[in-house]
Design a protein around this ligand. Structure first.
Ligand code: GLU
Length: 269
């Protein structure tokens, strides 16, 4: 168990505007932190350089402030993944030192599914432009505590196979960046939507390979779905906080809408 003071994070990707799903996540993050006497840190997850935009980042910060979600760690300096390349390099060096890293030239198209078959593991490809980097994931179970779902187990080797940590364009992947960040920032509680539940075992394994000895606690919360039962995407205009503001709703009403959406979902979980 973790005895450190509770530290959690709100970690939006600036690839679209803030929407109702983010508000639900923010409610869980801030409320859980408050209940546990902990703090909240904001991290901009702009590891995807193609899809991230400064104007989305600015809009997210503005909407969050308007809603009254204030990070306890402040906004200066703003923590952005795009500024943390040095830390990712250091983590990569650590994985290299235990011979867990190899170059891979498989295209996303060829792989199609979720699980990587380890095809480049023994090829000994030199690293270089157009080659991604993968980490060897050996068989074995990762066990973790979810504050809502109880003790869970995942088997990352079977789920995803060897993990891509840098893609063929040289971009750090979500799984790698988030693992290094949660570790380096000392996050004790990871609170996020149930859509990311499958990632947890992978991130725990990566963290273990990086030397993290104490696993964080998790809370994977229900997602708000649109009327056709799909996850709200960032481009979903109707759910964008900007649109609600423009339509004249105040912050209280938007938070009420997020709570109501969540209430509607609850029986399904
Ligand atoms: N950046 C991710 C998102 O906006 C959240 C990542 C996480 O909480 O692990 O969906």
């Amino acid at each position: 168990m973790i005895d450190d003071p509770v530290l959690t994070r709100f970690a939006p990707s600036p690839t679209g505007y803030l929407h109702l799903g983010h508000v639900v996540n923010a409610l869980y993050v801030w409320r859980t932190a408050r209940q546990m006497g902990g703090r909240v840190l904001l991290r901009i997850e702009d590891h995807d350089r193609v899809r991230s935009r400064p104007e989305y980042e600015a809009a997210i910060l503005e909407d969050l402030a308007w809603l009254g979600f204030v990070p306890d760690e402040g906004l200066r300096p703003l923590v952005r993944q795009s500024d943390r390349g040095q830390l990712y390099e250091e983590a990569l060096a650590r994985l290299r030192s235990t011979a867990h890293v190899y170059a891979c030239d498989c295209s996303r198209k060829r792989l199609a599914g979720e699980q990587y078959d380890g095809r480049c593991r023994a090829r000994g490809l030199p690293e270089g432009p157009g080659r991604g980097l993968r980490v060897r994931i050996d068989p074995g179970v990762e066990r973790f505590i979810d504050l809502r779902l109880g003790t869970l187990e995942q088997e990352p080797a079977g789920q995803s196979g060897d993990l891509l940590i840098r893609d063929r364009d040289g971009q750090w992947t979500y799984q790698f960046a988030v693992t290094v960040d949660d570790m380096r920032q000392g996050i004790t509680h990871v609170i996020r939507g149930a859509d990311l539940l499958d990632s947890t075992g992978r991130q725990l394994r990566l963290a273990r390979l990086l030397g993290r000895d104490i696993a964080p606690a998790y809370l994977h919360h229900p997602l708000v779905l649109n009327p056709t039962g799909q996850k709200l995407s960032k481009s979903e205009q109707a759910a964008a906080i900007r649109e609600m503001r423009r339509a004249g709703l105040d912050a209280h009403a938007v938070i009420g809408a997020a709570e109501a959406a969540l209430e509607e979902r609850r029986p399904g979980f």
